[in-house]
Design a binder for this molecule. Structure first.
Ligand code: XMP
Length: 511
């Protein structure tokens, strides 16, 4: 089935993926494409609507991104957001000016016109702004639809041509009626049907995979993370026992993770899942190694070696499953710097597996969509809501050399922190939360005895894409309870500290 599509043209703003996610959340499929796309290419793509995103430039900057003016003559509805809105005004002969002061954060939006785009939005509401330039004069044929105190044209549009501009960011939650505006644009202006749902996706994808795979053989590296779990489950629905999954237990996983993976996928779903016990191998290879990058390299290489050995035992396969998701596709498509992948280890696998083709059942999906598909497929919340874990796992959460004893300490501390975060109902709000075993020892007192043990650091951050992160304001009670439990229950830990650094300047992981 061919879905209706909206095209989101990327002008480099920081919320661009968020715009695409909001559109998908409203049950309309969309793609985020570089802003250089030509009118001809867009016509061939045949979207029901186009959104120009925000971006860091001023339309007057030398080399600022432009649009092909023919795009605005295709008869396809267009919504420009922030820079996208200024670009529409500039391209169609309106005015854009530098303001003396920028406008950032929550602002009162006052509507001053009627239009389908504004249906159900009150005359006065809060919107979220982040701009310096602003539209100062409307292009011919456009109507003024809304303003804020420092932005004379905050919303404008031409109902006949179905071209609109909004200076504020409807995609961020702080814009009270932002989602309503996007919904109006999609359903009232573009005439979207809302045919993009994860229920449909799961059913259609399984049918497609069945046709593609037929009775052929498929191999998948299962990491235990959400993406590989959902990808493997989709393929399993289509290929059944023709799918072989390999789970490498490197001994660096979080508490109970390997057991859970085997329980859910092998015992529960009945997948053909091979567990490779490589714990000693990894520990031996890491002995004496203290440099973080060296640890990463050793783990990455060994993982590939172990997988290669298993793949050789299995022999030639027709397909290799990869858990690539849409943000990875966008990043490489736009030629921006590569994202740090959550399963970077899988990246090296194609070179060592004898296969004909890669299948990437999740390459059109955002992370939240992957989770919804997981739910559709009946996977538990524990799997579907699992927080991202780096490939080298606990090895880079132990400062310095990795030993069995240190692994045990950080694993137990981490399990307690996770338990307390879940108990406080914070697990879905916080992007990542974990314990780190620092390489500091401090004096403590337990009972009547002096102790000299390790300091555990707790780290919890909010993030959208892991490129930047803000430390999470976890309530003191939760931190306090976690700290006393760790210092009391975990061997070789007598002190707990909380990391309150954002990224940048720090990174999320300590190593
Ligand atoms: P940093 O520490 O760079 O982490 O702020 C950003 C995100 O990437 C994850 N991360 C890794 N993932 N292999 C991975 O697969 C790695 O070596 C690695 N290092 C960091 C980290 O958990 C965070 O989500």
């Amino acid at each position: 089935m061919k879905h209706q599509r909206v095209l989101v043209l990327d002008f480099g703003g920081q919320y661009n993926q968020l715009i695409a996610r909001r559109v998908r959340d409203l049950n309309v499929y969309c793609d985020l494409k570089p802003c250089e796309m030509t009118a001809e290419a867009i016509e061939a793509y045949a979207p029901v609507g186009i959104i120009f995103t925000g971006g860091p430039n001023s339309v007057y900057d030398k080399g600022a991104p432009r649009v092909d003016p023919k795009i605005l003559q295709l008869g396809i509805p267009v919504l420009g957001i922030c820079y996208g809105c200024q670009l529409i005004a500039h391209t169609l002969g309106g005015g854009v000016e530098h303001a003396a002061a920028g406008e950032y954060g929550n602002t009162l939006l006052t509507l001053c016109g009627e239009d389908e785009l504004l249906a159900g939005i009150p005359l006065s509401s809060v919107c979220w702004m982040s701009h310096t330039d602003r539209v100062s004069a409307l292009p011919e044929g456009f109507a003024m639809l809304g303003r804020t105190e420092s932005c004379p044209v905050a919303v404008f549009g031409d109902r006949r041509r179905k071209i609109y501009g909004v200076q504020f960011h409807p995609e961020v939650v702080h814009s009270e009626y932002g989602n309503r505006l996007l919904e109006n644009f999609l359903y009232r202006v573009c005439g979207a049907k809302g045919d993009w749902t994860m229920k449909n996706f799961a059913a259609e994808e399984v049918a497609k995979l069945k046709e593609k795979i037929g009775g052929k053989r498929v191999l998948c590296a299962m990491s235990g993370g959400v993406d590989s779990a959902v990808a493997a489950t989709l393929v399993y629905r289509a290929a059944g026992k023709n799918l072989t999954c390999v789970f490498v237990d490197h001994g660096l996983h979080r508490k109970n993770e390997p057991e859970e993976v085997m329980k859910v996928f092998r015992d529960g779903l009945g997948m053909n899942l091979i567990e490779v016990d490589a714990r000693e191998l990894f520990l031996n290879a890491l002995r004496g190694v203290t440099d973080p990058e060296e640890k990463r390299k050793i783990i990455g290489k060994l993982f590939i070696d172990v997988f290669e050995r298993e793949a050789k035992k299995i022999g030639a396969v027709d397909f290799l499953v990869q858990g690539t998701i849409y943000p990875d596709v966008i990043e490489s498509g736009n030629g921006k710097s590569a994202v740090i992948k959550s399963h970077h280890n899988v990246g090296g696998l194609p070179a060592v597996v004898d296969f004909k083709e890669i299948v990437e059942p999740l390459r059109d999906l955002f992370k939240d969509e992957v989770r919804s598909v997981g739910k559709e497929l009946g996977l538990s919340d524990e799997i579907v809501w699992r927080q991202p874990c780096p490939g080298p796992a606990l090895a880079i959460r132990i400062m310095g050399e990795v030993t069995v004893e240190k692994l045990e300490t950080v694993r137990e501390a981490d399990a307690i922190f996770r338990e307390e975060i879940v108990r406080a109902g914070l697990d879905r709000d916080v992007w990542q939360y974990f314990a780190v075993l620092t390489d500091s020892k401090t004096v403590g007192v337990q009972g009547d005895f002096r102790t000299y043990e390790n300091v555990i650091a707790l780290r919890a951050v909010h993030s959208v894409d892991a490129m930047t992160a803000d430390w999470a304001r976890i309530p003191y009670e939760v931190l306090g309870r976690t700290a006393s439990r760790i210092a009391g229950e975990v061997k070789h830990a007598n002190r707990v500290v909380y990391d309150i650094t954002s990224k940048p300047p720090a990174t999320i992981e300590w190593e």
